[in-house]
Design a protein around this ligand. Structure first.
Ligand code: NAP
Length: 282
C-alpha cells in the first residue's frame, strides 16, 4: 500500500507559520492585504475565492474582492488593476483565470505591477521562475507541488522527475521549480511518444494533463512518488485527478489523492505569497 500524501497537513503547517509572520507584520503597522478580481460567476472561481478567503482570514490577511460582470469591457478590468497598482495598502493580487476573453486576460497580465503578482500572471514573474532570479512568485499550484514534496521529505536532487503537461500555469513552471532543486526533468505533452515507458523511468511523476484517470498502471512501477495535479470530473460527475488512483496506488511508494491532495495546499501558498509581498513592502 502506498503512503497517501494528503494536502491538509502541509497546508496546516504552512498556515501556522504564516499566522506568526502576519502577527509580526501587524506589530510593525502592516496589515497584509490581498485583492482578488473575479470576472463572472464561474463555480470553480467562486469555490476557490471562498477557500482563499477562509485561509486568509485565519492567517490575518485582509481581503479586497473585486467582482465584475462576465460581459464587462476590457478597459474596466484594466482600470481595476491600475487601482490595485496604485493602492499602497494592497500588497498582492490574484485574478481568476482563464478569462473567456483572451485579449483581456493578456492585457490584464501586462497591466499588473509584478511586485503585487501573487500567482505568476505577469511576464516578469514568469521570467523570474524561468531565470531563477527571485523576481515574483511561481503559480500557486506549481508552488503547492514543491511545498508538498518538501513537507513529506522527498529529496529531489539527482532524481528523475517526469512532468506530464507543459502549460504555463503548471507544467512549465513546476519543471523549473524541480530543476531549481537539481532534479533531472523530463517534460511530456500530447506529442510525446512512449509516454508510459518514460513515466516508468521516473522517480517522481507529476501529472498535469487535465484528463480523468489518464495515468494508469502501465505508467508506474514500485518505488515511485506520484503527484496528481489534475482536477476533473469522472463519468459520474465526481471530482477526480489525472491518475487512475485505484490502479496506481497499489503499485507505487507514495501518491497524492484527489480531492484533498495538491489542491488543498494552493490557498496556503497564495497566502504565503501575500505575506512575502507585504514583508517586501516594509
Ligand atoms: P492545460 O493547459 O490543458 O494543459 C494540459 C497539458 O497536458 C498540455 O501541455 C497538453 O499537451 C498535455 N496533454 C494533453 N493530452 C495529453 C496526452 N494525451 N498525453 C500527454 N500530454 C497530454 O491544463 P492545465 O491548466 O495545465 O491543468 C492541468 C490539470 O491541472 C487540469 O486537470 C486542471 O484542472 C488542474 N489544475 C489543478 C489546480 C490545483 O490547484 N490542483 C490548479 C490549476 C489546474 P499539449 O501542450 O501538447 O497540448
Amino acid at each position: 500500500m502506498a503512503e497517501i500524501l494528503k494536502g491538509a497537513p502541509v497546508a496546516s503547517s504552512l498556515t501556522e507559520k504564516l499566522i506568526t509572520h502576519a502577527d509580526s507584520l501587524k506589530k510593525r503597522g502592516v496589515t497584509p492585504t490581498l485583492a482578488m478580481l473575479r470576472v463572472g460567476e464561474k463555480a470553480g472561481d467562486i469555490s476557490y475565492e471562498t477557500g482563499a478567503t477562509k485561509r486568509c482570514e485565519k492567517i490575518g490577511i485582509d481581503i479586497k474582492k473585486i467582482i465584475l460582470p462576465e460581459k464587462c469591457r476590457r478597459e474596466k478590468v484594466i482600470e481595476e488593476i491600475h487601482k490595485v497598482n496604485r493602492d499602497k495598502n494592497i500588497h498582492a493580487f490574484l485574478m481568476f483565470r482563464p478569462l473567456d476573453d483572451k485579449d483581456t486576460e493578456r492585457s490584464a497580465c501586462e497591466a499588473l505591477s509584478p511586485a503585487k503578482d501573487a500567482d505568476c500572471m505577469t511576464p516578469s514573474a514568469l521570467a523570474g521562475v524561468f531565470t531563477g532570479s527571485g523576481t515574483g512568485y511561481p503559480p500557486c499550484t506549481a508552488g503547492a507541488c514543491l511545498e508538498l514534496l518538501d513537507y513529506y521529505g522527498v529529496e529531489l536532487s539527482g532524481k528523475h522527475v517526469v512532468i506530464i503537461g507543459r502549460s504555463l500555469v503548471i507544467g512549465k513552471p513546476v519543471s523549473m521549480l524541480m530543476l531549481s532543486r537539481n532534479a533531472t526533468v523530463t517534460i511530456c505533452h500530447s506529442r510525446t511518444k512512449f509516454l508510459p515507458e518514460i513515466c516508468r523511468e521516473a522517480d517522481v511523476i507529476i501529472a498535469a494533463v487535465g484528463k480523468a484517470g489518464f495515468v494508469g498502471a502501465d505508467f508506474v512501477r514500485e518505488g515511485q512518488i506520484v503527484i496528481d495535479v489534475g482536477i476533473n470530473l469522472d463519468a459520474n460527475g465526481n471530482l477526480c485527478g489525472d491518475v487512475n488512483f485505484p490502479a496506481v496506488e497499489p503499485v507505487v511508494k507514495a501518491i497524492t489523492p484527489v480531492p484533498a491532495g495538491v489542491g488543498a495546499i494552493t490557498t496556503a501558498v497564495l497566502a504565503k505569497h501575500v505575506i512575502e509581498a507585504a514583508e517586501k513592502s516594509c
